[in-house]
Design a protein around this ligand. Structure first.
Ligand SMILES: Nc1ncnc2c1ncn2[C@@H]1O[C@H](COP(=O)(O)OP(=O)(O)O)[C@@H](O)[C@H]1O
Ligand SMILES: [Mg+2]
Length: 183
């Protein structure tokens, strides 16, 4: 995959498939420590210890549409190619947290890509559950939480085109603000 946002999409889709009701995405960029971390945390059905041991293997999948599951193994390769790593913690009935650590300045570190579009795509996959996206850049940060948006919208659907356009512009502006134009 060319962009990290596509990995985020895939990993968040795992959370949705695992029946999560809350999916929290956090991206932390620290250019002084030269670290980029991406965390996707869910409260879905989780994985057993045995399954967790083999989940990095591309031949481990519970999907029935194809014999290989690539999401986690590709995310791990992307992190490792920069000298980083992938961490997964999971407990049955509790949820799963996947964290990928990248060396920010590494030549093989894929660009983050379009997180505004990615977050909208994730919301559209299953709008009835909730999502939080936090992005930190050298100490500045912003968070968007669909629970807060839904409270304000009341009976208006979050997938209404006007709402999505507003949300996309809001995320793009916020990202620009925290990065001081260094996007
Ligand atoms: N967040 C998660 N919660 C529960 N199970 C998960 C989660 N993420 C991945 N899995 C399990 O790990 C398997 C492998 O995931 P992945 O590498 O993304 O491939 P795929 O989604 O194509 O199966 C999935 O089929 C699923 O059984
Ligand atoms: Mg997957």
């Amino acid at each position: 995959m060319k962009e990290l946002s596509l990995h985020v999409l895939d990993i968040a889709q795992n959370s949705i498939t695992a029946d999560a009701t809350l999916v929290e995405i956090e991206i932390v960029e620290d250019t002084k420590k030269d670290i980029l971390t991406i965390t996707v945390k869910d409260n879905g059905k989780g994985m057993s210890e045995d399954f967790l041991k083999k989940v990095r293997d591309p031949f481990t999948t519970t999907r029935t549409t194809r014999p290989v599951g690539m999401g986690i193994s590709l995310f791990e390769s992307a992190a490792k190619s920069t000298g980083g790593q992938l961490l997964i913690s999971s407990a049955l009935g509790v949820g799963t947290t996947v964290t990928a650590e990248f060396v920010h300045s590494h030549i093989d570190r894929q660009p983050i890509g379009n997180m505004a579009d990615t977050f909208l795509t994730i919301i559209n996959t299953k709008p009835e559950i909730d999502y939080v996206y936090t992005h930190k850049f050298n100490g500045a940060e912003f968070t968007v939480d669909t629970r807060e948006i839904k409270n304000v919208l009341m009976e208006v659907d979050i997938t209404t085109p006007d709402v999505l356009v507003w949300l996309k512009e809001n995320i793009e502006q916020s990202l620009n603000d925290i990065m001081g134009g260094k996007q």
